[in-house]
Design a protein around this ligand. Sequence first.
Ligand code: SAM
Length: 231
Amino acid sequence: MNNLYVVSTPIGNLEDITERALRILSEVDLILCEDTRVTKKLLAHYQIKTPTLSYHQHSKLKKIDYILKLLKKGKNLALVSDAGTPGISDPGNKLIQEVIRGLGEQVKVVPVPGPSAVTCVASISGFPMDKFIFLGFSPTKRKRKKFFEEIINSKYPVIFYESPYRILKTLNELKLKTKSYKLNPELVVCRELTKKFETIYRGRIEEVIKEIEKDEIKGEFVVIVEGEKSV
Ligand code: SAM
């Protein structure tokens, strides 16, 4: 049996990668990358010379067929995303589903765990995290109402991803919605986790918004909102 390894890579700090991930990335026949330019920086840092191939959400069926053919031929492949764990708000699931459906007898899908922004923020939140909800990226337009309702109605902490362009818009909307329900939850907003400008904002929504406004709004954000029950 040959393997499709699903390999987690750093979300910023290049040291955040396991020895096993590095060994597998150097041993496989090919690395499937979301963006080969991003992954090549990681590979160059660790002097890994394995060839790469781009694979992303919009990859054509022809590309998936080609990947399946390689696996059928007995090649071992690794799948990585630009950062963190493939499949978590990142491409990967479609390919994995095809491999399980079409080559389940022949190819093993092997997880090689490591960092993810969602577990990273969960680990430092200070909220009770034995149960939590992860909503991925905040949606645009139509689905936003439901998104905020899910946060407001949740008994458990809610984690979501946000871009620098929308972080203040989303937090301001969250402030209005929670106010209308007479709630004022605690938040933890993390910017650029594990990177040079890592910043962790903690407090009630209004306080966090003020702090973020004081800084340069750049980089990647992940947000955790305290569950309604503990407010
Ligand atoms: N698969 C990745 C994971 O396991 O975390 C997530 C990929 S998703 C396309 C990218 C989003 O994750 C960013 O827009 C941001 O919300 C969050 N993210 C990724 N790296 C981060 C970091 N270093 N600090 C804060 N948020 C981060």
